[in-house]
Design a binder for this molecule. Structure first.
Ligand SMILES: [Zn+2]
Length: 279
């Protein structure tokens, strides 16, 4: 699933091609892709509207329109956005779920094989995005703010990192990579972490996300950047999907466990379990 670095890459690569252009017409081909409003209002409110901004919040893409509406897209598992020639047959291809004809003759197409992706058109995005935690790359997100959000939680730190109300944008790949860099076992609870460990975790989160953005994200299966050939951070993964391969730091085979239904990769030597921890 695309996480913060992948969505950031999509936004950065699409922005120069979309901002300033007008949506001439739109349609939804798979009704459940559209979460709100109904399809008739969606099509009517988009028609003729110029796109004034394109930004990211967590894993959501936010298109600002001159009407004050926001077109919001969540790619979920397999969703991707492509700018195609207006007459491309892929515009209504087998996995196309929605299209937006643009001034200038091209078409923005939402393609989503697994159909979990969602689109909203809203006046006020607070209802949808208001519960999201802080952006981990914002300058004001310091170690103290991270501590305030996890220090009292008797929940596995891996689970906390995946919780979008704790932090926005982190998923399975970057949670595992950040915990490895910080030397923290994924099953340690938030409450068990020392100030030093929280500082290391904070630095590690920002490091892995920034590095991954620099590499256009991580291409494993479905994710492709709109214009770059691939998400090259896949070549930098230290533990994620590296089960049984040697730890890049100490050579111990990387282990895989399940933490709240998600496969979790770590080095048992560099990320020791807590000695005694009361649950
Ligand atoms: Zn190791």
């Amino acid at each position: 699933m695309p996480e913060l670095p992948e969505v950031e890459t999509v936004v950065a690569e699409l922005r120069p091609h979309l901002v300033g252009r007008r949506i001439l017409a739109a349609d939804v081909l798979w009704p459940r892709t559209l979460a709100a409003p109904d399809q008739a209002s969606f099509v009517e409110r988009l028609q003729g509207r110029p796109i004034t901004s394109l930004n990211r919040r967590g894993k959501y893409l936010l298109f600002g329109l001159d009407s004050g509406d926001f077109l919001i897209i969540h790619l979920r598992m397999t969703g991707r956005l492509e700018i195609l020639p207006g007459n491309s047959p892929l515009r209504t291809g087998p996995h196309a779920r929605a299209w937006f004809d643009l001034s200038g003759g091209e078409c923005l197409v939402f393609i989503d094989a697994r159909k979990f992706g969602r689109i909203w058109l809203v006046q006020d995005f607070a209802e949808l995005l208001g519960a999201l935690g802080p952006e981990p790359l914002d300058w004001e997100f310091d170690a103290e703010r991270l501590a305030g959000r996890i220090r009292r939680r008797r929940v596995a730190v891996k689970t906390l990192l995946l919780d979008q109300t704790v932090l926005a944008g982190i998923g399975n790949i970057y949670a595992d990579e950040a915990l490895f860099l910080a030397g923290i076992h994924p099953l340690r609870t938030g409450a068990s972490l020392s100030d030093d460990e929280i500082e290391r975790l904070h630095a590690a989160i920002r490091q892995v996300l920034s590095e991954a953005i620099g590499q256009h994200g991580t291409t494993l299966r479905d994710y492709r950047p709109p214009y770059s050939p691939e998400g090259a951070y896949r070549n930098n993964l230290r533990v994620y999907q590296q089960t049984d391969l040697p730890c890049p730091r100490c050579g111990t085979p990387i282990q895989r466990i399940r933490v709240t239904q998600r496969s979790t990769h770590f080095c048992p030597r560099c990320q020791p379990a807590a000695k005694k921890e009361t649950p």
